[in-house]
Design a protein around this ligand. Structure first.
Ligand SMILES: NC(=O)c1ccc[n+]([C@@H]2O[C@H](COP(=O)([O-])OP(=O)(O)OC[C@H]3O[C@@H](n4cnc5c(N)ncnc54)[C@H](O)[C@@H]3O)[C@@H](O)[C@H]2O)c1
Length: 329
């Protein structure tokens, strides 16, 4: 069985490709990134350098797919604010292309879309369930909501299998975008640099990459095992745990024998202040529950990054610099 993973060289996509390969699938990665993302890709994964906004090239690959995990995206809120046109182009047009190509395919592939908790915007109660009103407050959230609608529409019009997984602040590997808050704080602390908190007491529902990939693998097995063709709805993939950025700083302090300095920066109007998701629906349908608590995940990530800085510091620091590009603009 062929599974196409778009964004297969990304943080989540690369781990998903590895996991699915181990599970015995033929894995085809689509990504427009030229270089590998920190770790080199297993040579048994078929890697295609294709842009999801290019329908023709995408269509050729998707015609071979039995299932598609669509993760390619402008994947950060801040990038969506700085590059709004690219964000809409990749996240919306790219998704439309995936859906259209799937529609044209004789194999009628199922689609799992990697969406985001950003579709809710600011919520007035937490934890949020999947039926909470959708009011995104930034370009990225709007693009993800549009992508969700396209995928759902594909299922309804074509009687095809689709599912939407809403991820939340995934962290835990060097292949992450190291400018995201968890890796960035950890690396800054390890490199004796201050940790900059924008605004104050934001609450997030952080998810360890191993849990995210477990959930995606379960979703794949579910899609393959079920004969019914329909839209299987939206599911939170998160632990349902509230942690503030100050909690993150505390967890770092617990594990690093250095003086950790915090700087307070201005709140950014496009950031959601508080979000915690209810994870029960994914548990009911997929039997999925996150296993790694944030405090434990931060410790694991510190150990991983510490070891890497000891063994491979120039490579890790170079990636950190490249991933911080937005702050350098
Ligand atoms: N990491 C998180 O915390 C998080 C949270 C919520 C949702 N998500 C979603 O999960 C998915 C994966 O996120 P990630 O953290 O792995 O991000 P990532 O940026 O590491 O991976 C995205 C990949 O998509 C590729 N890509 C971008 N534009 C492309 C294009 N035009 N054509 C082909 N490939 C393209 C990039 O090169 C990259 O390898 C994204 O859809 C993201 O929106 C991630």
């Amino acid at each position: 069985m062929n599974i196409v993973v778009t964004g297969g060289k990304g943080f989540i996509g690369s781990s998903v490709c590895d996991r699915l390969l181990k599970a015995g699938f033929n894995v085809i990665s689509i990504d427009n990134r030229k270089r590998e993302n920190y770790y080199s890709m297993n040579s048994s994964i078929i890697s295609k350098e294709v842009d999801v906004t290019n329908y023709t090239s995408l269509g050729e690959i998707i015609s071979q797919a039995d299932g598609i995990i669509h993760l390619a995206a402008v994947s950060r809120v801040i990038w969506g604010e700085i590059f709004p046109q690219e964000c809409i182009d990749v996240n919306v047009k790219g998704t439309l292309n995936v859906v259209e190509a799937a529609k044209q395919s004789k194999r009628k592939p199922w689609i799992i879309l990697g969406s985001s908790r950003e579709v809710y915007g600011e919520t007035d109660r937490n934890p949020v369930t999947e039926d909470y009103p959708l009011n995104p407050i930034n370009t990225y959230g709007i693009s993800k909501l549009a992508a969700e609608c396209l995928v759902k529409q594909y299922a309804l019009q074509n009687a095809s299998k689709t599912m939407i997984l809403r991820f939340s602040n995934v962290y835990g590997e060097l292949s992450d975008i190291l400018d995201r808050v968890t890796p960035k704080f950890i690396l800054n602390a390890l490199l004796n640099r201050p940790l900059s908190i924008h605004g104050g007491n934001q609450i997030m529902d952080f998810t360890h990459i191993v849990d995210t990939v477990d959930a995606i693998e379960r979703a794949v097995h579910f899609m393959n095992s079920i004969s019914e063709d329909k839209f299987f709805d939206h599911f939170h993939i998160l632990p349902g745990e509230s942690n503030s950025l100050y909690d993150l700083v505390e967890y770092i302090k617990l594990n690093i024998s250095k003086n950790v300095r915090v700087e307070l920066g201005k709140r950014r109007e496009y950031d959601v202040d508080k979000f915690t998701g209810n994870p029960d629906k994914a548990k009911e349908l997929l039997g999925f529950k996150c296993k790694i608590k944030y405090k434990e995940g931060v410790k694991k990530t510190i150990n991983l990054f510490e070891k890497e800085l000891q063994n491979n510091k120039p490579k890790a620091v170079q990636k950190f610099k490249e991933d911080s590009k937005c702050e350098l603009l």
